[in-house]
Design a protein around this ligand. Structure first.
Ligand SMILES: [Fe+2]
Length: 295
């Protein structure tokens, strides 16, 4: 009897330990930030220019007052910080985590933002717009501005949520001219690259969450739902790509979707893009020399 009791007790203890270890692993995967840094050839006159990108916050908080996320941003020493959509979530009732991020980040660098698919549906859309004004965030949704850096200038702009039409092409908002896209383009959905490739220098996107639950090694299994369907092993799930000379950086995002509240093999990711070189001409050969650095 003693032996049976021991075996049963051992099995329970092993089960509890395994569950605790699994829970701890998933907690770490969902909450511990990582930074992915990319080096790309510089736009003319923009050697040394550094962009930090935060995507898909979905109202998540990283420490009191977003202290962990803000420390990461500060460490990147960015010239600008770009938010590439889904910072708020339609079902999340509090704007406080977002306000904390804007309040802290504006002391680090100028802020630029484009809407994702959640912002237009957000029940506090007007309050969110007020927050953007209050903290001086440049909302470049369907518009553009000039960035001046070391005596040179570049255009930064964004495209609002562009829903697929007919599954192949994107219905861009009126007034967006594909032949006059800005040098640095913020678009939430990276699949828009099918239309924007070769028409902008650097596109920053998010949306895919890196699959959120991925295979070991980080390969995304499922895409977010688009047009009521999901795609297995989706393209452009996260990382850096070169399409017809356009550099596309897709952030895996920092938050979680309202349907799946965990991340696995796809930790919350802050993306940093450093432009290197003096007056490098934008060309395919230069773009292919993109390096990936992790720290
Ligand atoms: Fe998202």
């Amino acid at each position: 009897m003693g032996e049976n009791t021991f075996s049963f007790g051992s099995a329970v203890a092993a089960g509890v330990a395994a569950m605790a270890a699994g829970g701890l692993f998933l907690w770490q995967q969902t909450n511990c930030l990582r930074t992915t840094a990319y080096t790309v050839p510089a736009l003319p006159g923009f050697g040394g220019f550094t962009i930090a990108q935060v995507s898909d916050l979905h109202g998540k908080r990283f420490g009191k007052g977003q202290v962990r996320l803000l420390r990461r941003l500060e460490a990147a020493r960015p010239d600008i910080i770009c938010f590439t959509g889904d910072m708020a979530e339609e079902r999340n009732r509090s704007l406080l985590p977002l306000e904390e991020l804007y309040r802290g980040a504006r002391c680090i660098a100028p802020l630029y933002s484009v809407e994702g698919n959640h912002e237009p549906l957000f029940c506090y859309a007007a309050e969110h717009t007020e927050l953007l004004h209050k903290y001086g965030v440049h909302d470049v949704t369907n518009r553009e501005e000039l960035i001046n850096y070391s005596g040179s200038a570049a255009r930064i702009g964004g495209i609002g949520w562009a829903y697929p039409s007919g599954g192949r092409r994107y219905a861009f908002p009126e007034g967006i001219h594909l032949n006059r896209l800005p040098d640095i383009l913020l678009v939430h959905d990276p699949n828009t690259i099918r239309e924007t490739a070769g028409r902008t220098y650097l596109q920053l996107s998010g949306h895919m969450h890196g699959g959120q639950v991925a295979l070991p090694g980080g390969r995304a299994i499922l895409s977010p739902r688009v047009d009521s369907r999901r795609v297995y092993f989706p393209p452009y799930a996260g990382g850096i790509y070169n399409e017809k000379g356009t550099i596309l950086v897709v952030s895996r995002g920092v938050g979680v979707s309202s349907n799946i509240r965990i991340r696995c093999f796809c930790r919350p990711e802050l993306t940093v893009i450093r432009m290197q070189g003096g007056d490098a001409t934008v060309s395919m050969s230069k773009c292919e020399k993109i390096s990936h650095n992790f720290f």
